[in-house]
Ligand binder design. Structure first.
Ligand SMILES: [Zn+2]
Length: 109
């Protein structure tokens, strides 16, 4: 449920940044905090939101950014179900700010 809200906010934000949402060809979503949102869920909710707005032709790209472990400094890719450092097993600290950020790209034809 949190993921749905995070994705919805990211998509709204991205679409509000462009002059014409109907000209958007690509929506890039970055998962900044993989302990709070999985790429799979982000893709699912983004597709549903775009469909609701009649923008189902928009291509969705989801990228998950690595987090830096505070304990060992490793770049870790924790998940919602396993929010631990890959290298040392320390719990990852929740990042401030939105878990997902979006950016819309228009293709000029
Ligand atoms: Zn670590």
């Amino acid at each position: 449920m949190h993921e749905a809200r995070a994705v919805s906010a990211a998509v709204e934000h991205a679409l509000a940044d462009v002059p014409a949402p109907e000209a958007v060809s690509t929506l890039r979503l970055e998962v900044h905090d993989p302990t709070r949102a999985s790429a799979e869920a982000v893709r699912f909710y983004a597709a549903a939101i775009l469909r609701e707005r009649g923008l189902e032709s928009v291509e969705v790209h989801v990228e998950t950014l690595a987090m830096t472990c505070e304990l060992c400094g490793a770049a870790a890719l924790p998940t919602v179900t396993n929010p631990l450092c890959d290298a040392c097993g320390a719990p990852m600290r929740r990042l401030p700010g939105p878990a997902v950020e979006g950016h819309a790209e228009s293709e000029l034809r």
